[in-house]
Design a protein around this ligand. Structure first.
Ligand SMILES: Nc1nc2c(ncn2[C@@H]2O[C@H](COP(=O)(O)OP(=O)(O)OP(=O)(O)O)[C@@H](O)[C@H]2O)c(=O)[nH]1
Ligand SMILES: [Mg+2]
Ligand SMILES: [Zn+2]
Length: 300
């Protein structure tokens, strides 16, 4: 026999699921307890964190073909900034924002380079941080993902294959476009062609003259310049000589554009592992890592 006692109904909990939380990257609705956006796989923590702040975070793209050095650059940039509080104090928001810095610096200190970034967006590292540039009154909230070069190339070549890349780049306030200086020095034109494709893709994302990429700051960064000293001496002259396509496009279509050189490893060597030769850093000697980022943040 069932006693005549009041029973608690749990169905009221379902009401929570009728409210949709918009994804910060693509704007599509998700349930309140979703960890990743079901449309673009960006972490929903970005949305929850940005809703709790007065200032909406801005986004910066660190883009370039696979193997150009995006993961090494971003990991080292955050590591340097977090160790130099006098230059540009930085505060990571959420434990996930420290993952790339932790992984990259510990691998470099073991004389290894990080693994290639997987092409699945749910496996990318996302960084959400607060910057306090010394000459600004207000802090800057920033979101920067470590996008896989393969996904980027796929989206540029076949638009709409990676919605997360498209939504993210449409909303970015500026971009660091990475170009491999070692490949250029050898006389190959692939890096120039891909840089041009990427810049053209950005240019076509927004037709509004006031908000388009033509007026957003773009910093072209020649990576691995530790192996290509003349790139450090004069990045503009290097760009004119080795990436004429990128140089021309920047002059004609981007109002705020600058060329920089950077290097993280102070020397590299090949190590034999089973049947393959693996490139390893001999030491960590970062040069020109903060400058392109500082230039960009000043113009946001
Ligand atoms: N000499 C030198 N080599 C570097 C430097 N940074 C990266 N490399 C080399 O470039 C390779 C690729 O670097 P990543 O940072 O993984 O490149 P990525 O752009 O993130 O590539 P994806 O994850 O495939 O998109 C490394 O394995 C190193 O061999 C650098 O500062 N100097
Ligand atoms: Mg990577
Ligand atoms: Zn989304």
């Amino acid at each position: 026999m069932i006693k005549d006692t009041p029973q608690l109904l749990d169905s009221y909990r379902l009401i929570e699921y009728t409210k949709h939380v918009p994804c910060y990257i693509c704007g599509e609705g998700n349930t309140f307890d979703a960890e990743l956006c079901r449309h673009c796989q960006a972490p929903m923590a970005l949305s929850h964190q940005s809703h709790s702040q007065k200032v909406a975070p801005q986004m910066i793209g660190c883009i370039g073909v696979s193997g150009v050095g995006k993961t090494v650059y971003l990991g080292m940039l955050l590591d340097i900034l977090s160790r130099q509080p006098d230059r540009m104090p930085i505060l990571a928001r959420g434990a996930f924002s420290i993952a790339i810095q932790h992984a990259t610096s510990s691998m470099l200190s073991r004389c290894e380079f990080p693994e290639k970034t997987p092409s699945e967006p749910d496996r990318w590292n996302w960084i959400h941080c607060q910057l306090r540039p010394t000459h600004r009154r207000r802090p800057v909230e920033l979101i920067m993902p470590d996008v896989a070069g393969e996904s980027l190339v796929e989206e540029v070549d076949h638009p709409y294959t990676y919605p997360v890349v498209r939504s993210f780049l449409s909303k970015c306030s500026g971009a660091l476009v990475l170009v491999d200086s070692t490949k250029l020095h050898g006389g190959a034109h692939d890096q120039d062609y891909f840089g041009m494709k990427l810049l053209s893709y950005l240019n076509e994302l927004d037709a509004d003259a006031k908000k388009s990429w033509a007026v957003r700051p773009v910093s072209i960064v020649f990576t691995k310049a530790d192996e290509c000293e003349d790139c450090f001496d004069n990045p503009d002259a290097f760009a004119k000589a080795h990436t004429p396509g990128i140089w021309q496009l920047c002059q004609e279509r981007f109002k705020k554009c600058s060329f920089h050189a950077c290097g993280v490893a102070g020397g590299c060597a090949y190590q034999q592992e089973y049947n393959s030769r693996v490139r390893v850093p001999l030491r960590v000697e970062p040069r020109g890592v903060i400058e392109p980022f500082e230039w960009l943040v000043d113009r946001l």
